[in-house]
Design a protein around this ligand. Sequence first.
Ligand SMILES: Nc1ncnc2c1ncn2[C@@H]1O[C@H](COP(=O)(O)OP(=O)(O)OP(=O)(O)O)[C@@H](O)[C@H]1O
Ligand SMILES: Nc1ccn([C@@H]2O[C@H](COP(=O)(O)O)[C@@H](O)[C@H]2O)c(=O)n1
Length: 210
Amino acid sequence: MIIAIDGPAASGKGTLGKRLAEHYGFAHLDTGLLYRAVARVLMDRDIPLADQAAATEVAQNLDVSHLEDDSRLRGAAMGEAASVVSAYQPVRDALLAFQRQFGVKASGAVLDGRDIGTVVCPDAEVKLFITAAPEERARRRHRELLSRGEQAEYETILVDIRRRDERDMTRSTAPLKAAADAVTLDTTHLDADGAFRAALAIVERKRTSK
Ligand SMILES: Nc1ncnc2c1ncn2[C@@H]1O[C@H](COP(=O)(O)OP(=O)(O)OP(=O)(O)O)[C@@H](O)[C@H]1O
Ligand SMILES: Nc1ccn([C@@H]2O[C@H](COP(=O)(O)O)[C@@H](O)[C@H]2O)c(=O)n1
C-alpha cells in the first residue's frame, strides 16, 4: 500500500508520515529532502539557484543515501532555496524515478511532499492533503527552530511560509494542490497526537473500504 501525503510548508506532513510509517511498518520518504539536497549542493558550490542547467545536473547525479541524517538540510534557508529549484521541470524529472521506485520497492510506503498524490504516485491507495492556517504553521515552525537553538522570528517565518506556499502553488510544473481523490485534513486545531489519530482513521477507512 502507498500512502501519499501532500500539503503546504510546516503543516505536519513529515511528522504524520513518519508516525503512519512506524504504525504500519512501512518505509517513509520525505521528498522535500531531495529538493533541499539539490539546493544545498548548488549553494556549497556557489552556483546561483537561478542556474537551471546546473540544478538539473546536480539533480541527475544526486547522492540520496544519507538525506535523513543531514541536519544542514532542515533549516529555513534551505527550504526557501529548495522551493526555487523545485520549480524547474528538468529537476523534477530527474528526481521522479527515484521517488516512484521508492513507492514500488517497499511492501508499503509513505511519501510526503507537494505532488505525491498528483504526479509521483497518482495511483496511491490513500491520499491525504494536510493543511493548517499559515499562522499556526508559522507558530509550529517557530517553536521548532527555537528548540533547535536557531535564531527565529515569528513574523519572518510567517512571511517566508506564505511566500513559499505561493511559489509552490503557482508554479507551472507539479504545483502544490490536493489530488481530486485526496482527503483533506485541517490540523489547525489538532495537536500532533490528534492529527495522527485523525489521519489513521482516514487511512483505516480507505483500507477497509477496498
Ligand atoms: N498537529 C501538530 N500540532 C502542533 N505541532 C505540530 C503538529 N504537527 C507537526 N507539528 C510540529 O510542527 C513542525 C512542522 O512539522 P513537520 O516538519 O512535520 O511539517 P512539514 O509539513 O513536513 O514541513 P515542511 O513542508 O516544511 O517539511 C514540527 O516541529 C512538528 O513537530
Ligand atoms: N514533492 C515535493 C517536495 C518538496 N518540494 C519543494 O521543496 C521545498 C521544500 O520541501 P519541504 O517539504 O522539505 O519543506 C518545498 O517548498 C517545495 O518547493 C516539491 O516541489 N515537491
